[in-house]
Design a protein around this ligand. Structure first.
Ligand SMILES: Nc1ncnc2c1ncn2[C@@H]1O[C@H](COP(=O)(O)OP(=O)(O)OP(=O)(O)O)[C@@H](O)[C@H]1O
Ligand SMILES: [Mg+2]
Length: 285
């Protein structure tokens, strides 16, 4: 096996600059698995700069969602340390927002009320919710308008298209202005045109607010279009084995996806994934 842990450290970064800092993190899902030395992810070393947009690609079952659970504190590592925004992770984090492949909007709530949901749950918003409801509603409406859902506030999720529901899910993930947005295959269920539209929506939100983004995707074009850095994970054990900086200048528009530079990077990543699927082993960059 190659790929030393330092391979996943952006050049010139130091630990006090890192917003996400994984230091030799291993996770076995339970004691029995741990006793058998079966880890879902192992020896994850990763430093992500503040405001950086990273994407994670890798074969099914390699540990991408497990990595997300560790990042948000939903799972604690069996070994190693995780620091987010300089703080050790000791339990579920409030500073993150999440959206998943299936938009999980509540069908009995309007779009607006779905977007407001985190403010009803997460402190310090929760205790102020009744008093500041009007202000929060304005914030939600502004966010919805920024993703092209102005005027849809009172519609129920089942009255929206899949793409609209996913836009609303992203608004819900961002309403409490988290420092970190975690997206696990958020556009997987959408058609290609809608997906590309939402790439641009996410790009614009990120460029305006510069929160950290961790995007898990199976779509290599998506990872190259959106991310500053793409990481490839290998399966069994789940490890970060390739780190690829994406030097394409920003602001990127969809035209760039037809350029040689873009397709060369996609091609290169495809090679890494293909080799990993064949051998299950690590590839040198
Ligand atoms: N709750 C759990 N208990 C035990 N093992 C689990 C649990 N959740 C996941 N695993 C195992 O951990 C490994 C990584 O799973 P994970 O869900 O992180 O993969 P993934 O990369 O997100 O896959 P996909 O691309 O299919 O979503 C798999 O071998 C899986 O079987
Ligand atoms: Mg997953």
């Amino acid at each position: 096996m190659q790929a030393p842990p330092s391979a996943a450290t952006p050049a010139g970064d130091t630990s006090d600059q890192a917003f996400v800092d994984f230091d030799q993190v291993w996770l076995a899902y339970n004691e029995e698995l741990r006793a058998q030395n079966i880890f879902a992810v192992e020896d994850i070393n990763l430093k992500v700069k503040r405001g950086e947009f990273i994407a994670i690609v890798g074969p099914s079952g390699c540990g991408k969602s497990t990595f997300m659970k560790l990042t948000t504190g939903l799972k604690m590592p069996s070994m190693g340390k995780i620091r987010i925004d300089g703080q050790p992770v000791t339990g579920p984090l409030k500073i993150s927002g999440m959206a998943f492949q299936a938009p999980s909007l509540l069908p009995w709530r309007t779009t607006l009320d779905n977007v407001l949901l985190p403010l009803e749950i997460v402190e310090p918003f929760r205790s102020q919710f009744k008093d500041r409801r009007k202000e929060y509603e304005e914030r939600a409406k502004k966010l919805l308008a920024s993703v092209g859902l102005g005027g849809m506030e009172n519609k129920f999720p089942w009255e929206l298209s899949g793409g609209m529901q996913q836009r609303a899910s992203i608004c819900r993930a961002l309403i409490h202005e988290p420092k970190m947005l975690l997206l696990d295959e958020p556009f997987g269920a959408l058609d290609a045109f809608t997906r590309e539209e939402l790439w641009c929506t996410l790009r614009d939100l990120w460029e305006a607010q510069r929160f950290n983004v961790i995007l898990v995707t199976h779509d290599l074009r998506e990872s190259v279009f959106l991310a500053d850095t793409v990481y490839c994970m290998s399966r069994s054990p789940g490890r970060f084995v390739v780190q690829r900086e994406i030097p394409i200048p920003r602001t990127r528009d969809l035209e760039v996806t037809y350029s040689k530079e873009f397709s060369d990077i996609v091609h290169e990543l495809r090679g890494h994934i293909g080799a990993m699927r064949k051998t299950g082993t690590v590839i040198n960059q």
